[in-house]
Write a protein that binds this ligand. Structure first.
Ligand code: SF4
Length: 447
């Protein structure tokens, strides 16, 4: 049962040392009770107190990891309902489902496409997590062969789907070391499924038609010795899925209902009528609140927007995506090539760098450490000023690499020209365009 902030406080050292990043033990206790802090942040809690605080300290949603042989996907450990309250930590893994009734050539083609798909998004490598293989025919040997075919071309994480534990056992034999997620235990088969999961130390999906069914099943399966569970609320379509997923998350977080404190799996295609709705429901599931999303189709045109949406939702808004400050060489610049400066906010950097790259004109790009802010925001916050830029010039030794002393600054901070001429005596400060998209034209005229 959850403990109040005062109950937790009584078990803390009460020295108010502040090492947990809260000014007092009471403040820390209140945050712990609200599940907005972790007990491990206090290094002075006694073992005895730890044991008593176990409930408050345990994550309200269990962290479940699948995958092996160098790949892994984790879901769970979330502590808030809304990203603006804190942040979301474990982005859902995307899987593509194939079935053992499909021709082998089809499933190999799909598994290969998924394996090979990777896209660079502002310096972040985005890809799918792996494959889900489903037994539709119920024949163990057919399923084993299907899993073997998929594994021959796709080494990502794996979900094996059947209501028959012996069929799953056959699939497991074709995926040594893969540590797949087994799906799914129901009220009819949970004992054999739990036995298989326990025997192999694997996480198990629990499917129930209602939240009560799910809660009862997870209790039974945990009593049988399987702790790593994933919930399938068997709710299909936009509204039912939203209600079920939100209800489970709310009960786990706000009411500390332990038997529903597990990550969720969803199959967006089940219960919708076309591929477009599957894509839209997958997008909904990213936000609320899937840990594993199993699609029935794959194409780059579908994958890219879903992965970018996921990236945006699972990026901490308080920590902008940054690139490393420094001097970047684009298009093999020579000492005569122009020198430009921008900030280390990832999207700003890639906007500018891509324009220079696309222009075909060689250039030097100095990326100043502006704490990951865009040009105007950093300037307004005093993080992108003449001294920051001058420091970048000095630390990168760019003056030793170029044969001129001309620096092109973003047009949005033209106001920095005067200060820069004082900070960098002998340098000529040129004001570039306001927008990155105008850089090519500017460079061609200036060249
Ligand atoms: Fe109290 Fe521990 Fe935080 Fe120090 S680190 S203020 S002892 S809760």
């Amino acid at each position: 049962m959850a403990q109040s902030g005062l109950q937790i406080y009584k078990l803390l050292p009460k020295t108010n040392c502040g090492e947990c990043n809260y000014p007092t033990c009471l403040a820390f206790a209140m945050k712990l009770a609200a599940m907005q802090a972790e007990l491990a942040d206090c290094p002075y809690v006694s073992d005895e107190a730890k044991a008593q605080l176990e409930d408050a300290a345990a994550p309200p949603i269990r962290l479940v990891t699948i995958g092996g042989n160098g790949t892994s996907v984790s879901a769970g450990n979330e502590t808030v309902l809304f990203r603006h309250e804190k942040t979301f930590y474990h982005a859902p893994g995307f899987f593509v489902r194939v079935r053992d009734t499909q021709p082998e050539s089809d499933l190999i083609q799909t598994a290969t496409q998924v394996e090979e798909y990777s896209v660079d998004y502002v310096g972040i490598d985005l890809s799918f997590s792996g494959m889900a293989v489903q037994s539709d025919g119920g024949d163990a040997e057919t399923f084993r062969q299907c899993v073997a075919s998929v594994r021959s071309v796709n080494r990502g994480a794996l979900i094996l789907i059947s209501d028959d534990s012996e069929v799953l056992r056959a699939g497991l034999s074709a995926a040594p070391g893969a540590k797949p997620l087994l799906a799914a235990a129901t009220s009819e088969n949970w004992e054999s499924m739990a036995a298989l999961a326990k025997e192999h130390g694997l996480p198990l999906v629990v499917r129930g038609a209602s939240l009560d069914d799910l809660a009862q099943l997870t209790q039974r399966i945990q009593d049988a010795g399987v702790e790593d569970l994933v919930l399938d609320p068997a709710a299909y379509g936009f509204a039912d899925s939203l209600v079920a997923m939100t209800g489970i998350r709310r009960l786990a977080l706000k009411h500390r209902q332990r038997d529903l404190g597990f990550p969720l799996i969803t199959y967006p295609h089940d219960g919708v009528e076309n591929d477009e709705d599957e894509a839209a429901l997958a997008a909904q599931s990213i936000a609320k609140y899937a840990g594993f999303i199993v699609l029935d189709q794959f194409s780059p045109a579908l994958a890219y927007p879903l992965l970018v949406l996921r990236q945006n939702i699972f990026t901490d808004p308080q920590k902008p995506i940054q690139v490393q400050p420094g001097l970047y060489e684009i298009n093999d610049p020579s000492p005569d090539s122009p020198l430009m400066v921008t900030t280390n906010f990832s999207i700003t950097y890639f906007s500018v760098a891509n324009e220079i790259d696309g222009s075909g004109i060689p250039g030097w790009l100095l990326v100043a450490d502006a704490e990951g802010m865009s040009v105007l925001t950093a300037w307004a916050a005093g993080k992108f000023d003449a001294s920051t830029i001058a420091k970048g010039i000095q630390t990168t030794n760019v003056a030793d690499k170029i044969s001129h002393k001309r620096l092109i600054i973003p047009g949005q901070v033209a106001v920095l020209s005067g200060d820069l001429e004082e900070e960098l005596p002998g340098w000529e400060i040129l004001v570039g365009p306001r927008e990155a998209v105008d850089l090519t034209r500017y460079l061609k005229i200036a060249a």
